[in-house]
Write a protein that binds this ligand. Sequence first.
Ligand code: ADP
Ligand code: MG
Length: 615
Amino acid sequence: MSDGSPTSRRAAARVAVELGVRAAPGIMWTLVGLAVAGSLVPVAAAWLMKGVLDRLAAGAGSWSAVAVAATGLAVTGLAGAVQPHLSTYLQGEFGRRTSLLAQDRLYRAVNGYGGLGRFEDAAFLNRLRLAQQCGQDSPGQIMGSTLGLLRALTTTAGFLVSLLLISPGIAALVVLSGLPILLGELRLARARAETTFKVTSIERRELFYATLLGDAHAAKEVRLFGLGDHLRDRMHATRVSINGLQRRVDRRGLLVQGAIAAGSAVVAAVGLIWAVRAAAAGALSVGDISMFVAAVAAAQGTVGGLAAAVAVTHHHLLIFGHYLAVVRAGSDLAQRSGQPVALPELRRGIELRDVWFRYSPAHPWVLRGVTMTIPHGDAVALVGLNGAGKSTLVKLLCRFYDPSRGSIRWDGVDIREVPVEQLRARLGAIFQDYVEYDMTAAENIAVGDLAADRTAVETAAREVGIHEKLMSLPYGYDTMLSRSFLAADDDTDGNQGVSLSGGQWQRLALARVLLRRRRCLLILDEPSAGLDAEAEAEIHQRLGAHRAGQTSLLISHRLGAVRGADTIVVLDGGVVVEQGSHDLLLRAGGRYAQLFALQADGYRPADAEPAARAG
Ligand code: ADP
Ligand code: MG
């Protein structure tokens, strides 16, 4: 999309202008007006100066005429002096408003990505980072550089006309010498845009190291393992390579722009020699020379400025193209053709039909033909070794990815035919890697259901046995559960926040999912992994009560916790190797029986009878 083609640049320009029109139309047109007026100031000043000089040279008699020209010169000077400051202020305001809108659009688009694939695509993340940076700056910068372009264009035109009146030859020379400048600057702009893109991907790496070095979570390992210097060295290396890239493009700039400046000086010298000789021969007046010198210098400056403005605009448009690509990427989940089907409450059950899945064609298969059913009202458990594909199956149920082959059906309806928000609204889930938000305790629970009130939040907290702990915090439920942020940005009274233990966090995450207990399917992926044995037993007992009559899928490495499930599905290497009730599976003496015996052995005194292993 943002391949730098003229179409994508045009698209970028259109969107940048459209952003400006939406965000700050009044300011935008005022800026355009000021730019045109401001750019005519030097032209007017040069003509007025010529008038003053010529009248003075003509001798006395017309004082009033000189005074009028001089007053005009003064007023023009005043306008010229004030205009840039007004423009600077307005441009700042324009930048603020457009960046607000651009950022809003960017994150709306990002939130619109239904799945997870893009967040795991390094090339896309590079682009996203660039979009985050330039989404804020680019619209303002494009406006700024476009105004610069407009100013340069008007001023150049003004001086070229003036120059044309005095010497068409020199005017032509100035225009001709402008062409290579323009081409050189444009190529330079392209090189700069390419460098910016490369630099962004390296900067993401640098940011990773920098964040790690300043992160409370990482600080323990960084210190104990003595990683600090190692990470700093790596960070240093990223900056060195960034500097190298930038130096290369800057040197190219030095070369191109140095050559341009030298060429311009030669043209100016030729012009000056011609003008002085013409004046000596009486063909030019003193005022003409003044006008001429101003015009050559200004025309050259503005032709150069014009080329630079074109180049800068070009650069910003190339970069803005990446923003556009991210904003226009649309959802990463394929929308099935035809009308989306409304998702009814679950009546019969959820069925996986020969589901195959791999994270990308470059990755190995994780699920290989999984067929299983979660009947409505049943408690289903999923067990298997690390890496068996259990969490992946959960992600497919939430449609964070689509199966590579096969389908997942909700009462017979393929979940790909349903609007993904409707599907998610019907699910309650605790993921294995749940999030610990840098927010207050109440907020950390309420994220499970933003519509929940404080009573519901407290009820959920009581049910997972964390209420007393939260009440004992310095600000109760309003205590910040982070030591990195203050509860409010203007808070200075030392509401510093607290840290919870892993098990306490796990209970909070469980409280979140209890807020969603009325949803059609409850998914619990290792909900007790961070708990001690006593807490684990207690939590599973509580969860068991919640799961009664609820359709649920429980993943747990604690086989004692899953034995009460209606069906236990054993996953091994992405394949369902057996399924059935606890008793049935024990009798069958397969994988489950082996795993169960292994765990049971761990709790038996060494001299006790080994577990009776069926088969
Ligand atoms: P389980 O939950 O059963 O322990 P997972 O479903 O988390 O297993 O992982 C199954 C396999 O998929 C593992 O080999 C893991 O490396 C791989 N995997 C998991 N998540 C991703 C991902 N986001 N991208 C690529 N591979 C992944
Ligand atoms: Mg897992």
